[in-house]
Write a protein of this length. Structure first.
Length: 300
């Protein structure tokens, strides 16, 4: 069976991860990035991640070689017209996403599935600029895309059952497990994850415990795979801030008001792993404690 063609919009961490996984999974995949400064590094970044996986024995050479042939870097958004599945992975701005989906609606086949990787924004609001809200769905991947097993399928009141099933089948063909949720601020995962992360940040702010002790408490005491502050660094503190602001506006300004510590760290460019420093200092994929540079009442 010939797999559908995939067009990914956005060459950031998530877009590169999604495009790389699609190509490895057998899809002819095009990746588009509007920022010319990023274009030169897109392919080398994705292929570098494949080569590291191959070196660890998690990817065989034949699959890597064929994936290289399936991946292309798009020269323009108009190339989305050749795809059946479009996955948007641009920054968490409703205005940006609405503008993009209006363009995709104009360019793409009437049968194309238009999916957003948003972690908190309304699918209905994103779909409002299209003439096909029934074919707009949330397909929320998690970072790192290649290894995180979950994809959240989000439907608005207008999303058709066919689109939901198609999105779930696509995610499962990539080796993922899916959960299905209704269109609500933060959906299920971001709403719960951010609530825990914000409270952990407040505990650091108040000097209750160091970040690594808070994380260890949740990992060992509650069986969490990764503590809330390490997770926040991995997701990106700027992304956490954006989601918290969305939840505060859409659900409860008290429960989801971002701590002053989070706002300050983001303003200073300390956005987590991608910046090399957040609640931890990051050496590649390894988080390093900042305990020695802190006192019990100091903030990282």
């Amino acid at each position: 069976m010939v797999k559908e063609r995939v067009f990914v919009v956005g060459g950031g961490t998530m877009g590169r991860g999604i495009a790389g996984l699609c190509a490895i999974s057998g899809y002819a995949t095009s990746l588009y990035e509007a920022d010319a400064a990023l274009l030169e590094t897109l392919r080398s970044s994705i292929e570098g991640s494949w080569e590291r996986a191959a070196a660890r024995g998690k990817l065989d050479p034949a699959t890597l070689s064929s994936a290289r042939q399936r991946l292309s870097i798009a020269g323009g958004l108009q190339e989305a017209a050749a795809a059946e599945i479009i996955v948007e992975a641009i920054p968490e701005s409703l205005a940006l996403k609405q503008s993009l989906f209006a363009d995709l609606d104009r360019l793409c086949s009437p049968h194309a599935l238009l999916a957003s990787n948003t972690s908190s924004l309304s699918i209905a609001a994103i779909a409002a600029t299209t003439k096909r809200p029934d074919r707009v769905v949330g397909i929320h991947f998690f970072n790192p895309v290649a290894s995180m097993p979950l994809v959240e399928i989000v439907r608005s009141g207008a999303t058709s059952e066919e689109s939901v099933e198609r999105a779930a089948a696509f995610a499962e063909s990539l080796g993922k497990k899916t959960v299905r949720v209704s269109d609500s601020p933060g959906f299920a995962t971001s709403r719960l994850g951010v609530a825990l992360g914000l409270e952990a940040m407040r505990m650091v702010e108040e000097g209750v415990a160091a970040p690594e002790d808070i994380d260890r408490a949740m990992e060992l005491g509650y069986g969490h795979r990764m503590g809330p502050l390490k997770t926040s660094d991995l997701v990106g503190l700027d992304v956490r801030l954006s989601i918290a602001e969305t939840l505060a506006a859409g659900l409860d300004p008290v429960r989801f008001e971002p701590p002053a510590l989070l706002r300050r760290m983001v303003s200073e460019g300390r956005t987590g792993k991608k910046a090399g420093k957040g609640f931890y200092r990051w050496e590649g994929d390894t988080p390093v404690s900042l305990r020695d540079s802190l006192t019990a009442k100091e903030e990282p």
